[in-house]
Design a binder for this molecule. Structure first.
Ligand SMILES: [Zn+2]
Length: 130
């Protein structure tokens, strides 16, 4: 990023983001829809739940609109929506995922108990002073 770009980003973040979006050829109508749906700057209530069947998750907006997502190979896809009265979610739901960070080798897929074991496996361990 050059100095002018950095300056624009700091002084006019919206201008910088819009330029970035254009450069990446992203459909802005989708972003506008997401802002509207999820209530950007309006603090809409968003709750997150695991799906109650299959491997997936639900995002609930304002306790009324539920968006379903299910696994398709290495990603999730949007499966559709439903409406109803939904309870509040648990905001710490993802904390455990962060703690259980997976240490998987990108090359062979082997699982390791911690970061150090993975680094040793990949030959990334270096002699460190301390
Ligand atoms: Zn490996």
């Amino acid at each position: 990023m050059n100095k002018l770009s950095t300056l624009i980003r700091k002084l006019f973040p919206e201008v910088w983001i819009n330029g970035h979006v254009k450069k990446m050829k992203i459909d802005t109508s989708f972003i506008k829809l997401a802002d509207k749906l999820l209530g950007r700057h309006r603090n809409k209530r968003i709750d997150f739940f695991p799906a109650n069947h299959g491997r997936g998750f639900r995002i609930v907006i304002d306790n009324k609109i539920c968006l379903w997502f299910f696994q398709d190979g290495d990603h999730f896809y949007y499966d559709g929506w439903e409406v109803g009265k939904y309870k509040n979610g648990e905001v710490t739901i993802l904390d455990e995922l962060k703690r259980k960070k997976n240490f998987v080798c990108d090359d062979c897929g082997r699982n390791f108990k911690d970061e150090r074991a993975l680094q040793i496996h990949k030959g990334h361990i270096r002699n460190r002073i301390n």
